[in-house]
Design a protein around this ligand. Structure first.
Ligand code: KIV
Length: 311
């Protein structure tokens, strides 16, 4: 399942290793400016796209995770994850589909609302599923408006570069922040013929850079780069004033996103795990062991014990 799936130039400040809360500008009387850092900063309010823009100005890297339910989202919110994506990867990771393609607006709205309810700090980005914006800007506006009004998301994401620029432009004019997504766009997996790295070769690289510029010019506040050679992602990151969010796009993007079930080792992979993925836990093992221990206790009559029983 691939729901996915150097150096900084002079135009962008280099990422440094100083904790963000030591570098952020703090102006008294301005709550937004007083935010110490996207990750590692405490905030009593929800983060906004303005905070994201300021992080790029500071050269601050930030993490993004997907989330599909209130309880998991609350764990990530408490951990300080500043941006959560209710990705259409829910199709593979949560709903048991073979791909992201079958995900509907009803499913996206229901799960986005749950993630919003489970969080108080993170900026929640709702994905526009396949078929909910391809007809044109007006359809995109109708779908995005639904996610904002019914689910309460702070931004939406849609796939495509130049081809989606008109949609992005209308949403932004309507006051809906948009995260774009270029490179490998999983909703077009059938057209790509699989989850293959995009932007290889001069022509494809130039197209990726044109796509990146097009979504920025259309008003996107950030752009996901999925399965893109690291050097090309670094060039795109240097050339844009909006942050790039990499997944399989090397170390030089402004932010990195992973599907949470992949990150935590819950996803069951049919073959090898993707090259770009680092698993930070073995949740499949932990949960499986817990289920087996519970089952064994029940079979043995060891659970419930006296201390679990009412008198
Ligand atoms: O749906 C999703 O989870 C995504 C991420 C892989 C960026 O689009």
């Amino acid at each position: 399942m691939t729901h996915a799936t150097g150096e900084r130039g002079s135009t962008t400040p280099a990422h440094d290793t100083t904790p963000a809360h030591d570098t952020a500008p703090v102006a008294s009387g301005d709550r937004e400016k007083a935010l110490p850092g996207l990750y590692g900063g405490a905030s009593s309010r929800r983060l906004t796209v303005r905070d994201i823009a300021r992080a790029k100005e500071r050269g601050e890297r930030w993490p993004m995770l997907t989330a599909y339910d209130a309880m998991t989202a609350s764990v990530f919110d408490e951990a300080g994850i500043p941006v959560m994506l209710v990705g259409d990867s829910m199709g593979n990771c949560h709903l048991g589909y073979e791909s992201t393609v079958p995900v509907t607006m009803d499913e996206m709205t229901l799960l986005s609302a749950a993630v919003v309810r489970g969080t108080s700090r993170a900026l929640i980005v709702g994905d526009l599923p396949f078929g909910s914006y391809q007809e044109g800007p007006v359809q995109a506006l109708r779908s995005a408006t639904r996610l904002v009004k019914e689910a309460g998301v702070g931004a939406v994401k849609l796939e495509g570069g130049e081809r989606s620029a008109e949609q992005i432009s209308l949403l932004v004019q309507a006051g809906i922040p948009v995260m774009a997504h270029i490179g490998l766009t999983p909703q077009s997996v059938h057209a790509f013929g699989g989850h293959v790295v995009q932007g290889r070769g001069e022509e494809a690289a130039q197209q990726l850079l044109r796509d990146a510029k097009a979504v920025q010019d259309a008003g996107a506040f950030a752009v996901v780069l999925e399965l893109v050679p690291a050097e090309l992602a670094a060039e795109a990151t240097r050339s844009l004033h909006i942050p790039t969010v990499g997944i399989g796009a090397g170390p030089d993007c402004d932010a990195q996103v992973l599907v949470w079930t992949d990150m935590a080792g819950l996803t069951k992979w049919p073959g090898r795990t993707p090259k770009f993925l680092k698993q930070y836990a073995d949740l499949r093992g932990v949960l499986g062991d817990a289920a087996k221990a519970f089952a064994q206790d029940v079979v043995d009559g060891a659970y419930p014990a006296a201390e679990h029983s009412f008198r």
